[in-house]
Design a protein around this ligand. Sequence first.
Ligand code: NDP
Length: 347
Amino acid sequence: MVVAVSPPAKVLVTGANGYLAVWVVKKYLEAGYAVRGTVRSLAKSAFLKDRFAHYGDRFELVVVEDITKDGAFDEAVKGVDAIAHTASPFHYKATDPDELIIPAVRGTTSILNSTLKHGNAVKRLVLTSSVAAVREEVTTPRVFNETTWNNSAMEAVKTKGSTVGPVTIYLASKTLAEKAAWDFVATHKSEISWDLVVINPPYVFGPSLSPAPTVDDINTSQREVYDTLSGARTSTQLRNQGNWVHVAVAAEAHVRATHVAAAGGERIIVTSGPFFYQDLLDAAAELGIPNVPRGEPGLTKDIPIIINLETNKAKELLGLTSETPLKDLVEESVKDFKERGYPGFIV
Ligand code: NDP
């Protein structure tokens, strides 16, 4: 069964107050969909009501206090045509794997079960997974694509438990959650009337649409940008390589994954390209941005890209072709940090 869900259909977006989710909500509304967002706290999410007030009753919020509870989403899924499940903890502070793995996995199985039982109108479920579920740690160049899995993070958590470290705990949480979703779909194949699309973004960077009054309120990924541009990186860290995607592109991928019929049943990596942390400082230098440290220009010129991501599916299925220049990201991030009066960027 391959069904596209087009506007003015209603989409349920879980964790609607999150960094990426606010952009996802914005993109759905701009595309003409109606959105029901779930949040843990209405008080904390009041800014959403203000931000999207001009959409009137096309935007609503409901509270789901504990996403790990059986039946947590039973009411929320009623009457929606599609679901984007983004809610999942993303931080590098966990000391116990359960802290991240339980909400990531049970949150996913909980919404899948609620959709199975009560999502009579649902035709598509888009899951925000991550490149965390696709790539493993490498020391020599390797290409990862939608057929590869981060088995080593799951294995490390299984064998080493709490000693494994917070980053690996996060990587395992995303891998286990995505696996749980595909397993669920395989198990309930004959009972479900919707299909699953998984979006796998690497680090999502770009200005937040959330209040984030202090630096400590910045979400985990954009904090990487802040820390780099404010000079908190060692030489070793500046040599590290990652992959990133602009938050607007990652959000748009969710919308296209909803209305592109052929995306059903696919994992899709969505990336703007690889980067070294030094590249962010080089971009700031090129833009002539004052007060941003220059790092060590030329530091990475002989280092190969070791984590390579294939981008064909995003191009072919979702039509996401343009790679965002890192310079644009740095320019808009610095502007955003200045407007918020963050330390190091006060005008
Ligand atoms: P945020 O921390 O900004 O948002 C996370 C959202 O999930 C919030 O709505 C949060 O609610 C909710 N959440 C977190 N923990 C729980 C929990 N235990 N129970 C219920 N809800 C919870 O993260 P991002 O926007 O950065 O990430 C959103 C999604 O995108 C996640 O699934 C993440 O893994 C994925 N992703 C993010 C990337 C990135 O670089 N940002 C890259 C790839 C994937 P509350 O505010 O109430 O805590």
